[in-house]
Ligand binder design. Sequence first.
Ligand code: KG4
Ligand code: ZN
Length: 361
Amino acid sequence: MLILGLETSCDETSVAILNLNRRQLRLAGFTVASQTTLHAPWGGVVPELAARRHTEVIVPLIDGTLKQAGTKPAQLDLITVTAGPGLITSLQVGVETAKALAAAWHKPLLGVNHIAGHLVSPFLSSGQWLTAKNKNTWPAIALVVSGGHTELYLMPSLAQWKLLGKTLDDAAGEAFDKVAKMLNLPYPGGPEVAKLAKEGNPLAFALPRPMINRRDYNFSFAGLKTAVLYTLKKENQGTRSEATLRVITRRVKLVANICASFQQAAIDVLVGKTIKAAREYRARSIIVSGGVSANQELRQQMRQRMNESLPGARLFLPELKFTGDNAAMIALAGAIQTTARGRKLKDNWATLQAKANWELW
Ligand code: KG4
Ligand code: ZN
């Protein structure tokens, strides 16, 4: 099965050509055009600019990816595209492009949920694909952590999911980005906070671990972010009277300590709730995906806690190039849904619509 994937839900334009059968997975072509530098001066994604840029780059990117894969449009079996959730004007660029191609090339079309893509992103290599097909991998508990989402799912199999909990306010990545902004760090803030946290002491500030002891699997990061703001305000008092060099040194140390303490508080909650769910549902695996799953400290601490309290369970993490938004995961999720459920391909160029708030559950 040869699948074309398109992803434009936020600020990455991505195209993939995935060659998939029962035993083998091969990513024949893959491109990502990131808009980070475009949005950096504004400290966040500007929807109007994002949509315009998607429009400019998507057709050349599709053309280039087909060439990279040595694929002719006639060879494609399926076109998949992220139909939601995301920024509506960004989503529409991908969806309308996919509809035009499906109509022109006479190909079936499937609108894929963006979160369904993140859920299967760790299986985007031939070895991992075989593990995904193994019954012993399931059930799994899947944590999706990105700039827009923090959700915990029970996955009885590769093609099934049930929402256990989600954030009631900010997503984990959003909290990383907002803390970075408070500290005047460059955008996007998550990787910057993670980098500085390496130099800091995670025990320097006693920040809250919101909802860690609640029985449910929901999350909340807004209070943690506000606690960081108050800590920063308190620590900044009185620095003016000190000598300049001392102020700078103190400031560098303070920023690193805040990053480390904040990151540890967020990780404690994410790891704690995921492990608790995995124990309750007797999961054989844990999946962690989405932009924040690039965080090395989160990866390492999840592995460590699993070794302690879930011996024998497997941890699935996406390769770093598949942690952020990408079309390879959309092509894979589309293919899984098509084959596993024997789903009739209802979407076509006349009916498919972008859905900004499309909920997976
Ligand atoms: O999945 P993604 O690319 O886009 C969304 O669907 O939101 O996730 C982007 C988010 C941003 O908030 C970014 O700051 C965060 O992932 N992020 C990180 C790291 N790398 C990216 N957060 C913490 N540590 C990282 N190393
Ligand atoms: Zn995403």
